[in-house]
Design a protein around this ligand. Structure first.
Ligand code: HEM
Length: 153
């Protein structure tokens, strides 16, 4: 499917048809969540499913980056990039429950628009032999970036 860079209005519907691209974006966000960790505080005494007791003086740090790499959640192939695993599941990277990211749908439309127009117009190849490592911060960034070679498709 080719999406015109300046498409607007009703054309937004066509992004819903990009099922595999949607799954690929979910898979990228599983391994590299833009918000790699979150902090939560219970409003009242509570007990987690694990049996841990919580009270409002406690703060829980949840690492989405680590959770995306847990074999008991994702299986033995948790380090592999496999968009297929998302064809029927939800997206952890946007949080869950009543505080789910309200920009989730907008973020997906933006990501799909950029990916679809870029992929159809350019050939993008990773520069070989570079080391890409994360920079630990509230927003997940690459410490030295990720160099690519861009040429016309
Ligand atoms: C890939 C893109 C994005 C990711 C991974 C993301 C992720 C998240 C996460 C994890 C939270 C929950 C934070 C917490 O409760 O600790 C959140 C909240 C939120 N996000 Fe996003 N977000 C994205 C894009 C956007 C966009 C494009 C918008 C607005 C246009 C947006 C607006 C918000 C707002 C307003 C909240 C607060 C919701 C609330 O507390 O009730 N986000 N986002």
């Amino acid at each position: 499917m080719r999406i015109a860079p300046r498409s607007k209005g009703a054309d937004i519907e066509c992004y819903n048809k990009l099922i595999y691209l949607h799954a690929a974006l979910c898979e990228a966000l599983r391994l590299y969540p833009s918000v790699p960790f979150q902090a939560k505080v219970p409003m009242e005494l509570d007990i987690l499913q694990s049996g841990h007791q919580l009270d409002p003086s406690m703060q829980i740090i949840i690492s989405m980056y680590a959770m995306g790499r847990i074999k008991s959640i994702w299986g033995e192939d948790c380090y592999e990039f496999k968009p297929e695993r998302w064809i029927s599941e939800g997206v952890l990277a946007f949080n869950a429950g009543p505080r789910t990211c309200i920009g989730k749908n907008m973020a997906f439309i933006q990501m799909k628009a950029v990916a679809a127009t870029t992929i159809s117009s350019y050939r993008i190849q990773a520069v070989p032999r570079q080391t890409v490592i994360p920079n630990v911060s509230i927003i997940l960034r690459m410490k030295h970036g990720f160099k690519v070679m861009v040429s016309p498709a």
